[in-house]
Design a protein around this ligand. Structure first.
Ligand SMILES: [Zn+2]
Ligand SMILES: [Zn+2]
Length: 398
């Protein structure tokens, strides 16, 4: 037997032992996180066993049965924790679109931990990377580069995507309590699952008429609700770059979709978000329903969070002009296809002239100036050396 043949089982065993250790300590990388991140994409089946268990655990519904309480718990926990995903993982830790105290930030990280989407720092690191490399080869979850299923679920099982690069999230990595929660990212989910089981067990004891059990709340409230939550969130990585309209000409294929916005409490306005990621809203206009923003606005009245960042007027104006131009183009296409719209043809040139005049007036009255300190320069751009070139500050890019 050659020396390399002897070392193969040893290295395979070492790989399994490493993956098992990472179940507990997700920062455990004996060969270095940098080396791991440089590997080609490959599913680490041992490492992802907890994730597989989350999915297969749903089948236990056949064993524990169902009750109205169990179903409503699953539905409520889906929407509450979707708010945690979008309002905390995304709009706080990834983009810092509002402020809170250090203690408040810790509470936010605890809440976000119940979503079982790994730690907030891992989430923020990957999400900021997505914005830097959207739909490019380096994007971990672009449906255009890797296909639908890889962007929906595959990328999270890839060995190279497990380590958190703390150097890219220095603004968050300076808080040891956040790093601890990120490192031991199973602690909150396990505590949450046990709490659900305990709640169901108490209901079984003290309110038997409800017909629920500890097993039911565990399976429906944790396994099923969390699995659906994962795939609802995953839709943004996959579908939001495939389905819907593009209001802004961003240098990726992000899209706006009301259906995805419903599933994800407002994240479906993804093209808006890629255009300007530093504001708290993803729905830029009143008709773009954004429940996450409404929830954060309500929370801000309590004083727990503050400093919600608005959409800059220049971006809103740009969006209005883009809508105007696309509706004119659509009317022109309709007139070509349907001659009965000939009267519309007479109106279109006037409307086009009006649009051009509006655009020119807006550019003339809004002086171009250097990036301001507040809304145009967000934490994301500050903290990880954005390499993409953005449009000028009157039309800032994200
Ligand atoms: Zn995106
Ligand atoms: Zn984002």
């Amino acid at each position: 037997m050659s020396a390399s043949a002897k070392t193969q089982p040893v290295s395979a065993l070492r790989r399994v032992a490493t993956a098992l250790s990472q179940w507990i300590d997700s920062d455990y990388c004996p060969d270095g996180a940098e080396k791991m991140r440089a590997e080609p994409d490959r599913v680490d089946w041992v490492r992802v066993m907890p994730f597989v268990f989350l999915h297969t655990g749903c089948l236990a519904a056949f064993w524990v049965g169902v009750s109205p309480v169990a179903i409503w718990t699953a539905v409520a926990l889906y929407f509450i924790r979707m708010f945690f995903v979008t309002g905390i993982h995304h709009r706080y830790f990834s983009h810092k679109t509002y402020s809170t105290s250090r203690f408040g930030q810790f509470i936010l990280a605890l809440c976000a931990g119940t979503t079982v989407q790994r730690g907030s720092l891992w989430w923020a690191y990957h999400h900021r990377h997505h914005h830097l490399h959207s739909d490019e080869a380096d994007d971990a979850h672009s449906p255009h580069v890797h296909g639908f299923w890889w962007s929906q679920i595959g990328w999270i099982t890839s060995r190279r995507n497990f380590p958190t690069d703390y150097t890219k999230i220095k603004d968050l990595a300076k808080f040891p309590e956040l790093v601890w929660l990120n490192r031991f990212d199973l602690v909150v989910p396990v505590a949450f699952a046990l709490s659900l089981f305990g709640a169901g067990w108490l209901l079984e004891l003290y309110a038997p008429s409800l017909g629920t059990t500890g097993g039911q709340l565990l399976v429906w409230g944790f396994f099923i609700s969390t699995t659906v939550l994962f795939h609802g969130t995953g839709c943004i990585n996959s579908m939001a770059h495939l389905m819907g309209k593009r209001r802004f000409k961003t240098d990726d294929d992000s899209r706006n979709s009301a259906i995805l916005a419903f599933i994800t409490l407002g994240e479906g306005w993804h093209n808006n978000h890629h255009r300007f990621q530093s504001c708290t809203r993803n729905g830029f206009y009143w008709w773009e329903i954004d429940p996450t923003y409404y929830g954060l606005k309500l929370l801000s009245y309590t004083g727990f969070i503050w400093g919600l960042k608005p959409v800059p007027q220049s971006v809103l104006d740009e969006g209005t002009r883009a809508e105007h131009a696309s509706s004119i183009a659509a009317a022109e296409r309709a007139a070509l296809v349907h001659p009965e719209f000939s009267s519309l043809k007479k109106v279109v040139p006037a409307a086009a002239a009006f649009a051009v005049a509006t655009a020119a007036a807006a550019q003339a009255t809004v002086p171009k100036k250097a990036d301001g300190p507040a809304i145009h320069r967000d934490m994301t751009e500050e903290t990880h050396n954005m390499t993409k070139t953005n449009p000028p500050p009157t039309a800032p890019g994200a």
